[in-house]
Design a protein around this ligand. Sequence first.
Ligand SMILES: *Cc1c(COP(=O)(O)O)cnc(C)c1O
Length: 399
Amino acid sequence: MVKMKDQIEQGLESIANTYGRFPICFESGEGLYLKDTEGKVYLDFVAGIAVNALGHGDKQYAEVLKNQAASLVHVSNLYWNAQNIKLAQTLTSISGLDKAFFCNSGAEANEAALKFARLYGADEKFEIITMSNSFHGRTMGALALTGQTKYQASFAPLLPGVKYVPFNDSEALKNAIGDQTVAVMVEVIQGEGGIVEITPEFAETISKLCLEKDLLLIVDEVQTGIGRTGQYFGYQNYGLKPDVVSCAKGLGGGFPIGATLVSGKVAQKLTPSCHASTFGGTALASAAANYVLDEIESRKLLDNVNQMGRYLQEQLLILQNQFDVIKAIKGKGLIQGIEIVEALPTGKIVNGAMAKGLLLVGAGHQVIRFVPPLIVAQKHIDEMIGILKSVLEDLSSNK
Ligand SMILES: *Cc1c(COP(=O)(O)O)cnc(C)c1O
C-alpha cells in the first residue's frame, strides 16, 4: 500500500506552497464520508468548503458527467450549447434575475460583477462599497473587494475605487456613499469572515439606499447560494432584491463553474465582448450544474437544509449549554458556526476532530464552521456532535 507520508512528501516537493494543508491525502468518498489513501474514514462537515452539495461518490452524477463527456465537452462561446441554455433558464428562474454570465470560480464571478458595475456606472460612477471582513476571492479585482487586509498585504497597489464599511453599520454605509458610488456589495452571511449574518435593519437600509441613489446591489452568493441557507439564494431570506448575484461553490457539485446573474437594467449595458471566458459555461460544466439543480428540486433538498439546519442548531445549543468554551452559535441552514472563547485556539478543535475522524474548518476569528453536503441526515449530525463533544471534553476543564 502507498504510504500517505510519502505521497505528501512528493506533494510538498512538486506543488506550489500556497496552502497550509492538513497531512491527509484523500482517495475516495461516499455520501458524507471520505477515505484517505491509507483507508482511514472521515465524516465530512467541510464538503470541500461548501462545494460538494450532493456529497461524494454520487453514481448518477458520475453517469451524467460520463455521458456528457462522451458527447460534448466544450465548443467555445462562439456558439451555443443546450446544457448552458438550460442552466441559464434555471438560474434566472430560481433567482428572479434576468440574465446569466458564466465563468469557472467564485473570484471570476465577482470579477464579472465588478466589470458589470463599472459598465453600469459608465465612467461617471465607479466606486464600489464593500464590507469589512468580507471575502470575495483572490484575483486582483476580487482581492480589492475583499475587506480584509490580511489577504491584501504584499499585493499593493490594489485596484482603486473600493471603499470598506463595517458590516451591519447603517450609519457608516450612509456616510460612505458619494457621487461616484455605483454599487454596494455584501455577503448575506459572511462565510470566511466568521459566519456573520446580515441584520434585518442593515438589509433594509441597503435596499432603501440602493433604490434612492440608483446604486447596484451586488450580493456575493458564492458560499451561501444554491440552497445552502435553505433558500436557493441567501438574499431570499432577507427580502433583498439584488441587481447582481455571483455564485460558484455549490453550483457544480464539485465541478468548477461560476455564474454572475444580473437584472434587466444591468443586462441592458452588456454587449458582445465586454466580458468573456473561454471555459465559461461549457457543456460539461453546465451538465454538472443542471444535475445538481435537478437533484435539489427532485430530492426536496431545500426542505432537508431547513430541517437539518434547525436540528444542527438545536444540537449545537445543547452543546453550548454543556461547554463554556462555546460563546455563540451563528448562521442558518447548513452554513452555521460556533464561536469559541479566546483561550481555546480553534485549531486545537479542528485537529482534535480530525484525529477522531471528523473534518471541520475554521472561519474568521475563533469560529468553527459547519458546511456539510446538502444531503446531510440526522444520523450524520448526531455523529458529528458526538465527536465534537468528545473533543471538547478532551480540551476543556469544565466537563
Ligand atoms: C469562496 C468564496 C469566494 C471565492 O471563490 P473561489 O472559487 O475560491 O474563487 C468568493 N466569495 C465568497 C463569499 C466565497 O465564499
